[in-house]
Design a binder for this molecule. Structure first.
Ligand SMILES: [Zn+2]
Length: 508
């Protein structure tokens, strides 16, 4: 999953906490005296045992646990088995999703008026769900803005004088890549080159979200501007765009299990994606989140009827890395009456990043980056913050941008929250001061790569992450009054579409 925003970092040492945030119970404990304490019952050793299992599954199944592979299916069996052992009755929910992969390296090159080739990875990448093709053709610039973001390729009108068969040169911004690619295709483009916006670094790591019929590549802003200038000079700019992709449909599954106790009409849903990327075993991303859920599921019954007034649902999502496919399928396929029974969603994706921070999803939108979650999301954020502050553990804001499986929930108006310890974002100096680790380096140097193995996980950070997950779960299992007033949601809100991410990919 996603990167942390770095601007609005907030450390909350307990000494400077406003009184309203001071912890109610003893700092280390989520429970009142005499009540079981889930944070103490769930240990990092429990989680580590699951991480070892995920590692072994990957090691003997091609090195990964990606959707549609044996490593994923064996992970599903493992999770279902552990849930049964915990006394729960898991269901395996199958679904199909559009599959996409690149078979060989893409090419972007200028063939006229002079030749130049661009470097894959640094200068450009293929957008996810790009079609396949090998096109050499003239370039038509499409409503490129003189400055700023602009609406290049968003409107049908932008293509009024488009030369059929040419390559559409558009700039990222305003509408989705999907819209730009669709409009270009409708206008007869042979390929789409969508370059990054001003101020954005590197190529466009985006998705056209559903299989496209033509090649779509995303160069950096610098490359795009150079191409735009060359096109404007009118010297017969031609490009070669080659993408070698496969598209199709695949079937994979989610694993879902409910506690027997608790109100079925006020469900506390804990989710974590179970799949890895094809490039590695995915032990931090997201073995840690899945292990946290399993560790909690094994002990949740100890809360008893008094502690489990609300039903707790454990969901292990498939195909998150392909664009949140499992969680989106789950949320959209639920009948509205059952969707309204979900009080809230807690999402856990990467809980032990080796250069990590303790990021809490910014549900109240106070960081002004990302979106503001549905009402109640801010209360969940404060529950995590208050717990960690009580233990004098610093926290950071994690941008609420839909980059993980809570995205489909907040799009349906379901309050959401959770924690994460960082993906491919870069640690700031202030964060290094508060959390240790190395400033200027990414939170998880093994993000989406082969080295995301057991030894990539910071078990100390995982330990406190797990405590926070357990504390907030225990609180919400007893009462969701702070989030939804304790009642099922009355109104079903219109889905919001302000999210800019779908799994690891940008959508706009
Ligand atoms: Zn992830």
């Amino acid at each position: 999953m996603r990167k942390l925003l770095t601007g609005a970092f907030v450390a909350l040492p307990a000494a400077v906490l406003p009184a309203a945030l001071a912890p109610a119970a003893s700092p280390a404990s989520g429970a009142a005296p005499g009540r079981p304490d889930l944070a103490a019952l769930v240990t990092v050793r429990d989680a580590e045992a699951h991480l070892r299992a995920f590692q072994e599954i990957a090691d003997y199944n091609g090195g990964n646990r990606a959707a549609g592979t044996p490593g994923y299916d064996v992970s599903v069996n493992y999770v279902a088995g552990r849930l049964r052992k915990a006394g729960l009755t898991p269901t395996i929910q199958k679904f199909s999703y559009p599959y996409w992969a690149e078979r060989s390296d893409a090419v972007l090159a200028r063939t006229a008026p002079s030749r130049a080739s661009y470097r894959l990875g640094d200068d450009f990448v293929t957008l996810a769900y790009s079609g396949a093709g090998d096109v050499t053709a003239p370039v038509t610039a499409v409503d490129l803005p003189a400055r700023g973001e602009g609406t290049s390729g968003c409107e049908k009108d932008d293509f009024r004088s488009f030369r059929k068969g040419s390559i559409a040169l558009v700039q990222r911004g305003t509408c989705t890549f999907e819209t730009k690619a669709d409009r270009a295709r409708a206008a007869g483009a042979s390929a789409v080159v969508v370059f990054n916006g001003p101020g954005e670094r590197g190529p466009v790591r985006g998705t056209v979200n559903r299989p496209a019929a033509l090649p779509v590549v995303g160069p950096s802003h610098a490359v795009g501007v150079a191409l735009a200038r060359a096109a404007a000079r009118g010297g017969g700019l031609r490009l070669r765009v080659r993408t070698d992709t496969v598209q199709g449909r695949r079937t994979t599954s989610n694993v879902i299990a409910d506690t027997e106790q608790g109100r079925a009409d006020n469900v506390v849903l804990l989710g974590a994606h179970l799949d890895s990327v094809p490039d590695g075993p995915g032990i931090n991303d997201n073995g840690t989140g899945a292990a946290a859920l399993l560790a909690i599921a094994a002990k949740i019954e100890k809360l008893g009827d008094a502690g489990l007034r609300n039903r707790v649902r454990f969901a292990f999502w498939g195909a998150e890395e392909e664009g949140l496919r499992g969680s989106a399928h789950y949320v959209t396929s639920l009948p509205q009456s059952r969707r309204r029974q979900i009080a809230l969603n807690l999402n856990f994706d990467m809980l032990g990043s080796s250069n990590g921070v303790r990021g809490v999803y910014d549900g109240d939108g106070s960081s002004r980056a990302g979106v503001r979650g549905p009402a109640g999301s801010g209360a969940i954020e404060r529950m995590f913050r208050r717990y960690f502050a009580g233990r004098r553990l610093p926290t950071a804001e994690s941008e609420f941008n839909g980059r993980s499986d809570y995205g489909p929930f907040i799009e349906h108006g379901i309050p959401s929250g959770g924690i994460e310890t960082g993906a491919d974002g870069v640690k700031t100096a202030a964060e290094a001061k508060a959390f240790g680790g190395r400033a200027g380096k990414v939170y998880d140097p093994c993000y989406h790569s082969r080295c995301d193995r057991l030894r990539n996980v910071d078990l100390k950070l995982l330990d406190t992450s797990l405590d926070g997950v357990a504390y907030v779960t225990q609180h919400l299992a007893r009462t969701t009054v702070a989030v939804n007033g304790g009642a099922r949601l009355g109104a079903v809100r219109t889905p919001s579409s302000g999210l800019d991410r779908r799994g690891p990919y940008l959508v706009r």
